[in-house]
Design a protein around this ligand. Structure first.
Ligand SMILES: CCCCCCCCCCCCC/C=C/[C@@H](O)[C@H](COP(=O)(O)O)NC(=O)CCCCCCCCCCCCCCC
Ligand SMILES: Nc1ncnc2c1ncn2[C@@H]1O[C@H](COP(=O)(O)OP(=O)(O)O)[C@@H](O)[C@H]1O
Ligand SMILES: [Ca+2]
Length: 489
């Protein structure tokens, strides 16, 4: 299809400026004869795309020129294709290859597709976020590309969402605020440690594949969670919000950044062996009147009907959901909210395999205190076909909002209630300082897409389809289609 052509150019056969396709070499070039070079998307295994080139020999120069200009015109008329991109590179993400990956694999493709770029190599953490917030001339661009991991993507989202709200006069500190969707799409060139947002929206972590999705102008809407403490905005989350296990893994892994991506495995093992649980209260607003549930074994795929259906539903039906909050108190090994599957190479089906990218909900996973062996069973099921939620100590709910309060962080009014009711103030104070007799920490931290949150008591709301990516979701393999034939236009 035309939509999967990267570019066409004309070069004359005699000059030999372009590599000749072997098939045509037998023909002797006549004086008039010219070549037409076409680059196009070719699908290879496991959702990977390659940029292939084919050369056509054309007996008549005029005809060839007509062809090239007609196809180029058609390509330019494709509305979704970006022409100008703002690129941020994190040179220190993952294995510190971001710069090399961009220069060697991505930049030549953008050039071939005639995309103009403005490239910024970041110099410090939050450089990209702050540049987007205050300096970047966003009107000059059709999209933003980040080269790095989920942390770098998160920076770009924070910059863009913040800028969009401030331009629209929306107060992002209000947890109830209806946020304005961002105009610019975001592309991810994976060069981080987990890269789960790329993996879950494209199906593979491969810079060339991602670059091609950007070039053809794909669009994948995505939900974004906002995280607040009281009435103060803390952060946005796109992949995982995790307290307990994933919070502790992250806290420990930050000290091991020098290890690169392997830090997560070391800290994962350590945290697993430590086996801490945390007490607290979770309240949540279940998503009602929607298609799908976290255990229906469906998967969010390209052109997902559930996302389309629930994305439209969201606005009108929200009122119906109000007033049905539920509360759970307990001891948890992990509290995870996955607003998408969080599929990544470590777990190809992800934390919540049936979660949707753009349905306006997040899957709240509660793992209660259990034995090490049971928790290991739960973890292992992230890597097998077995259902990780089919265990007595695991609950999963598809929700629109939720709140968490750790046990020893009661609000002042709750403390006063304690005091009035049974004179427990002194006891409460002791608990605050030394809960559980000092044997184990009373608090974990929230892991918000790989960043540690400064507060433990949080309120979370999902903003349906707030951003769009240069991706199309994971494609189902089409068995009968011939992907290799570029002439099937
Ligand atoms: C025993 C094997 C268990 C495998 C369980 C794997 C579950 C993996 C789910 C991963 C969800 C990832 C969600 C993504 C979060 C990212 O946004 C975020 C930031 O990414 P960035 O660094 O690229 O910026 N990444 C993370 O927070 C990293 C989380 C990684 C967790 C790895 C946990 C490994 C657990 C190993 C347990 C080992 C127990 C072994 C017992 C013998
Ligand atoms: N130039 C820089 N120097 C230091 N830190 C940076 C720089 N640019 C980005 N960061 C930060 O690095 C962190 C990790 O980035 P990321 O690209 O997600 O890699 P990883 O997947 O390895 O964690 C992010 O929190 C991001 O804000
Ligand atoms: Ca979702």
């Amino acid at each position: 299809a035309v939509s999967e052509i990267v570019a066409v150019t004309q070069g004359d056969a005699a000059s030999g400026r372009h590599r000749n396709d072997g098939r045509w070499q037998k023909m002797s070039p006549r004086t008039e004869e010219v070549q037409e070079h076409m680059s196009y998307v070719e699908r290879t295994r496991q959702h990977r795309w390659r940029c292939s080139e084919v050369t056509f020999q054309c007996p008549e120069g005029a005809l060839c020129r007509l062809w090239v200009s007609s196809i180029t015109e058609q390509l330019q008329a494709l509305a979704g294709r970006p022409k100008r991109l703002l690129v941020y590179i994190n040179p220190f993400g993952g294995k510190q290859q971001g710069r090399r990956v961009y220069e060697q694999k991505v930049s030549p493709l953008f050039a071939r597709a005639g995309i103009a770029t403005h490239v910024i190599v970041t110099e410090y953490a939050n450089h990209a976020r702050d540049h987007l917030r205050t300096q970047a001339e966003l009107d000059d661009f059709d999209g933003v590309v980040c080269v790095g991991g989920d942390g770098m993507f998160s920076e770009v989202v924070h910059g863009l969402v913040w800028r969009t709200q401030s331009d629209a006069g929306v107060d992002h500190h209000s947890p109830e605020a209806e946020l304005q969707p961002c105009r610019l799409r975001i592309g991810i060139i994976p060069a981080g440690s987990t890269d789960c947002i790329c993996f879950a929206t494209v199906g593979t972590n491969d810079p060339v594949t991602s670059a091609l999705h950007i070039i053809v102008g794909d669009s994948q809407p995505m939900d974004v969670c906002s995280v607040h403490h009281n009435n103060t905005f803390l952060r946005y989350s796109i992949s995982l919000l995790g307290y307990g296990f994933y919070g502790d893994v992250l806290t420990d892994s930050e000290r091991k950044r020098w290890m690169g991506p392997a830090r997560y495995d070391f800290s994962g093992l350590k945290t697993f062996l430590t086996h801490h649980y945390y007490e607290g209260t979770v309240s949540y607003l279940p998503a009602r009147g929607i298609m799908g549930n976290p255990r229906d074994r469906t998967k969010c795929r390209a052109g997902c009907l559930v996302c389309q259906h629930n994305g439209r539903l969201h606005q009108e039906q929200r009122a119906e959901c109000d007033g049905e909050w539920r509360t759970v108190r307990g001891k948890f090994l992990a509290i995870n909210a996955a607003s998408m599957s969080c599929a990544c190479p470590r777990s190809p089906k992800g934390l919540s395999p049936a979660a949707h990218l753009a349905d306006g909900t997040t899957d709240l996973i509660l793992v209660r205190k259990c034995s090490r062996l049971d928790f290991l069973r739960h973890l292992l099921r992230h890597t097998s076909k077995d259902d990780q939620f089919d265990l007595a100590f695991v609950d999963v709910h598809r929700v629109r909002r939720f709140r968490f309060t750790p046990r020893y962080c009661q609000s002042d009014s709750e403390l006063e209630l304690d005091l009035r009711e049974n004179g427990k103030r002194l006891f409460s104070q002791i608990c605050r300082d030394h809960p559980a007799c000092g044997c184990a920490p009373a608090y974990s931290s929230w892991n918000c897409d790989g960043e540690i949150l400064t507060h433990t008591a949080i309120e979370v709301g999902v903003h349906c389809q707030l951003i769009r990516l240069f991706a199309r979701g994971i494609e189902e393999p089409a068995v009968f289609e011939d992907f290799t034939n570029p002439c099937a236009i």
